[in-house]
Design a protein around this ligand. Structure first.
Ligand code: C2O
Ligand code: CU
Length: 473
């Protein structure tokens, strides 16, 4: 029998975004130990920005955690924030008491206290972790965890990229009351912008004062050094609390292989990614010639240029990089339909079926509802082990909703009444505004307990758009 081997992994600041090959020592351990200490941080990623943030181990985002599928993770969480906090492991199937959902699977860890999260991270892929109590996520308590899949194709170079934005904290309460004045700043040509009627007043938007990749704003973002001939893998997370982010690399097409860490049925080639709140994409590109190019998060915010990083070949680090316009006009971006392929009418529902209508969020409203109710009065999904459950969402509101299910991987089986030929495995999915529908199917074979199902837009979640999947004995 193999002797247990423990590794105290170093969870440093996330400045080094390149992912080197894991050492033999790291690969040989059965348990990987991390300590995550959450505490206040003055965060100044751009001139004039002095944000009262909260950070894991002194950095926003928190450290990049890496583990090999099959190893156990033991993360000691030390809370020094001055408020209650938990860590939720987004996209993991794990024992319910390790899920970190405050008030559902555990009480908030009080400031000064600690809690040990221990589980074998599964499934493999690009996942993330974040606070699950009130405003911790908005203030900076989030980070990426990569669960390496030994069966994955090896990349010549690999980078972990957290796209995140610094909210203007004073705009959060008005957004929750539906009377905010922050504009929508989705890029020109985006469905978000196109589907808004001109007269409608939003009231639900949060304003942002800086746009970052891995804790810095352009031109101070860390550069990605690549070599001609390399196949490069990008692991991308949108940690913005409210906005979908379009991501593009100037001069390159991207080959998307994973969505939310789960392998796509087949790779999809696009100009840009469309990354809903909390979604992740793995995208590859080939370096065909020497040069310098910008990797960008697109939006129509005047500060959008800040969310960019230079990708360059040797000797080109100071060349002016090729850039893309902040627009989606004529840009072919990733959609669930392009990855799944559409076939025609959905087959009639069998098995346990739930219809969820997403509504409200009108100007001046502080409610975002599922079937007319706010959490905890929303209808719950009750399951028995191994039930196949299907859910159909109908979105009657004028915003997209990134709906997320804890502790499961579901399949998107249909969109807007049309079935997908190749269902997509995900943990978060955008549901189109103004009458869009989306169908999920999942098997209730996760550890028993209570699993949250909610909109990952922080405002909508806090305003009630949340329910639970509850396992019955
Ligand atoms: Cu990213 Cu309730 O989760
Ligand atoms: Cu929402």
């Amino acid at each position: 029998m193999r002797r247990s081997h423990f590794l105290q992994a170093s969870a440093g600041a996330m400045t080094a975004l390149a992912l080197p090959q894991l050492s033999q020592r790291a690969l040989a351990s059965d348990v990987v130990d991390y300590t995550l200490t959450a505490a206040p941080l003055r965060f100044s990623p751009a001139p004039g920005v002095n944000f009262g943030g909260l950070a894991f181990n002194g950095s926003i985002p928190g450290p990049l955690l890496r583990i090999v599928h099959g190893q156990r993770l033991r993360a000691k969480f030390v809370n020094s924030t001055g408020q209650g906090s938990t860590i939720h492991w987004h996209g993991m199937i794990l024992p319910n008491r390790m899920d970190g959902a405050e008030g559902v699977t555990q009480a908030a860890v009080r400031s000064g206290g600690s809690f040990v999260y221990e589980f074998a991270p599964d499934p493999p892929g690009t996942r993330w972790y974040h606070d699950h109590v009130s405003d911790g996520l908005l203030r900076g308590l989030f980070g990426m965890i990569v669960v390496e899949d030994p069966r994955d194709q090896r990349a010549d170079a690999e980078f972990a990229l957290v796209f995140h934005d610094v909210p203007k904290l004073s705009t959060i309460a008005p957004a929750m009351m539906g009377v905010g004045r922050a504009p929508m700043d989705d890029p020109l040509g985006s469905p978000e912008l196109t589907q808004m009627s001109m007269q409608s007043r939003m009231g639900d938007e949060v304003a942002f004062i800086a746009h970052c990749i891995n804790g810095a704003a352009y031109p101070n973002t860390k550069r990605l050094a690549v070599k001609v001939g390399q196949h490069v893998r990008l692991r991308i997370l949108n940690a913005n609390p409210t906005q979908t982010r379009y991501v593009r690399l100037a001069g390159h097409r991207l080959i998307v292989t994973h969505s939310d860490g789960n392998q796509l049925p087949q790779p999809v080639e696009v100009d840009a990614l469309r990354v809903g709140v909390a979604e992740r994409y793995d995208a590859w590109f080939e370096v065909n010639a020497p040069g310098a190019w910008l990797l960008q998060g697109l939006s129509s915010d005047p500060l959008a240029y800040e969310q960019a990083a230079i990708v360059h070949t040797e000797g080109m680090e100071n060349a002016p990089p090729l850039a893309c316009p902040q627009s989606l006009e004529g840009v072919d971006y990733f959609t669930y339909q392009s990855a799944g392929g559409i076939v025609g009418a959905l087959p009639p529902q069998t098995g346990a079926h739930y219809d969820f209508t997403l509504d409200d969020g009108k100007y001046g409203s502080s409610r975002w509802t599922i079937n007319g109710k706010t959490y905890p009065s929303t209808p719950k999904i009750f399951v028995h082990r191994n039930d196949i459950v299907s859910v159909r969402f109908l979105n009657k509101t004028d915003m997209d909703h990134p709906m997320h299910l804890h502790g499961h991987v579901f399949e998107i089986t249909g969109i807007d009444g049309v079935a997908l030929v190749r269902p997509l495995s995900k943990d978060t999915s955008l549901i189109r505004a103004n009458g869009g529908t989306l169908n999920w199917r999942f098997r209730a074979d996760s550890p028993p307990g209570r699993w949250l199902l909610h909109c990952h837009n922080a405002i909508h979640m806090m305003d009630g758009m949340m329910t639970e999947v509850v396992y019955r004995p």
